[in-house]
Design a binder for this molecule. Sequence first.
Ligand SMILES: [Zn+2]
Length: 381
Amino acid sequence: MTPRQIVEKLASFPNRGVATSHDIPVLEFLTGLFTGRQVARESFKTPKTYISVVWWLIGGLVTGLLTLNFLPVAGLFLTLVFVTMAMLYFNWYASPVTGFPPLVKSYNLVVKTENNHTSKPKKLILMAHWDTAPISVLYRPEMVGNFRQSLKISLFLMIAAQFIAILQFLTPSNFVMLIGNILAFYFLLQGVIGTIDYFRLGYSNGASDNATGVAAAIATAEKLWNKNLENLEVELVLTGAEEVGMIGARAYMKKHYTEFHKGTYLLNFDTLGNGNLKIITQTGSWSNIVYDNDLIQIAKQAVTEVPALKNVSTGAWHTADFDSVWFQRAGIPSLTLAALDTNGRMPNIHRPTDILSNVDFLPMEKAIILAEKIGEHLNNT
Ligand SMILES: [Zn+2]
């Protein structure tokens, strides 16, 4: 199948939400693409969507703030626990809240070539998430430009809530309590705004986010496998539950960490169906996560060598994060390829308009060219 046909097939499912009726058929379709390869379907536990995570965090925080009214010590304890978990989750660190019920089962698809008994000095992991996201009003064009700023404001107000709790515990007063109650109301409102479209509209179709990334990762893997590279082992990992908080990628890393060595690299593909192809060098919400490693250098070099990649440049993305974040933080040279429009946005993502008719295949085609080149470079140097 061509990458374009893979996108078309994936987009023919209404959505690819985790633990919906579509996820197994999607995984079966993907598995069927790899005759003669080793395909493992690796399961892990995850919340079904980030919606339950967000409501645990808001519910705990609001309960903590309201409890301050009559039992300050319990209120202080609750706010401390939930503010800490929220800070971790929204800064894309592992947070215990992602283990809170209800949990469902999701899957990563790990694909290798049969003949990798001989260990090669380098290993390239090609990654893309197959799942699609709940539709959210926060991704409407007029809102998404402020995503990072509003997230930062919410995180700041969570820290403020923590101080309110400490203050109310030490020197209780009606004024402090009033501010605490107003904050509780604000968080409730944020929760409703952030999640209401999921209850109204369900999941996005995900033609761009991330059928295009899956197709690009598969096409790159096939091209590199067919070259029988001498020094580079190539592994394809299609992750689930990225949209819950990069849960599948973390599960894969935990399971396979011992197989990684200093010649291990991660190349992630996310949302390549609109705008211009970018080598993402900065992500993060409160703090900046800066990607600056061998893989980035190789990608920049490759761009100068291939005329078709002439307009590919570096980019930043601060609206949620990518599967690569765990690997980047663990010191594994990592790179995400994504496409951004001239405003630095990903049009249509997490909206009902992320459908096939709005996909431009050019950034995906370029990503495949670039990724193949990166693989060749890794093999040759
Ligand atoms: Zn995505």
